[in-house]
Design a protein around this ligand. Structure first.
Ligand code: B1M
Length: 211
């Protein structure tokens, strides 16, 4: 459909007003909210992820696309809820205790939303206890932890230990990331998944869930 192709292009271009206007138009013309979400917004964010991975897009381009997507998602959310459209999974995400960096974490959260996940964002400086409580309350498929400081990375391990102590470790997959974090570190501390960037974070979470 031409309007859906247009919508994908607007998101890819990071044109937030255009994305919102087209989403309104599609909704008014009776296109199902699920179609707008899956064939418009999510398809566009998958394309943006590919452009990032191929080196054509960088963080700023990905951010403006994600913001455009978010604006449309706000409009769609009530219609999606009314149509009982289920998210593909749920992730509780936050920057670990002692760490205030949130630009990368926010980008990961937005790409996750773009991939169809429900995201519960706990913000920054999130203590192990707060992660544990959120797992109890929201029963997510994933916990996502971000750290930008070498001094706060160990809180990822502390949180995993706390999950074990609370008997919740087997109920969630743990994904970690952030500039100083590596695949090796993830293996060392017993995390399930590592992602080097927001696009692969969304891809790896989706793969871990649907195979
Ligand atoms: Co900070 N800072 N900072 N800082 N800061 C760094 C991280 C640093 C490398 C700068 C440097 O010295 N070269 C350095 C850390 C050194 C170290 O630990 N070895 C540093 C320092 C030292 C500090 C302070 C201690 C400075 C001070 O006060 N003396 C202080 C600490 C405050 C605290 O947290 N307690 C501090 C403060 C700040 C600001 C508040 C000023 C600001 C943060 C603003 C904010 O986030 N709202 C800031 C910034 C902006 C940076 C740099 C310049 C940029 C970080 C960023 O946003 N990058 C940073 C230098 C750098 O990284 N080059 C630096 C862009 C972002 C898109 O990338 O966050 O890596 P990134 O996220 C990527 C991937 O890592 C991945 O996907 C993202 C998108 O592709 N990813 C995940 C991230 N989380 C993930 C989670 C996943 C999966 C993937 O799964 C869940």
């Amino acid at each position: 459909m031409a309007l859906l192709d247009d919508l994908k292009q607007r998101v890819t271009d990071g044109d937030a007003p255009g994305t919102v206007a087209l989403t309104k138009e599609l909704m008014a013309s009776g296109v199902a909210p699920e179609t707008i979400l899956n064939d418009g917004l999510i398809a566009a964010m998958a394309h943006v992820g590919q452009l990032f991975e191929s080196g054509e897009y960088f963080v700023p381009e990905m951010l403006v696309s994600a913001r455009a997507m978010k604006g449309a998602l706000e409009l769609l959310r009530p219609a999606l809820a009314a149509a009982n459209v289920q998210a593909i999974g749920k992730i509780v995400i936050g920057t670990v205790q002692g760490d205030l960096h949130d630009i990368g974490k926010n980008l990961v959260a937005m790409m996750m939303e773009g991939a169809g996940f429900e995201v519960i964002d706990l913000g920054v400086d999130v203590s192990p206890d707060k992660f544990i409580n959120a797992v109890g309350t929201h029963k997510p498929n994933f916990i996502g932890m971000s750290a930008l400081l070498t001094t706060t990375m160990p809180k990822m391990k502390t949180t995993i230990e706390a999950l074990k102590a609370a008997g919740l470790r087997d109920s969630v997959k743990v994904m970690i990331g952030g500039a100083p974090v590596t695949e090796k570190y993830a293996a060392e501390i017993g995390a399930d998944l590592f992602a080097p960037d927001a696009s692969s974070a969304a891809n790896r979470a989706r793969q871990a869930l649907v195979g």
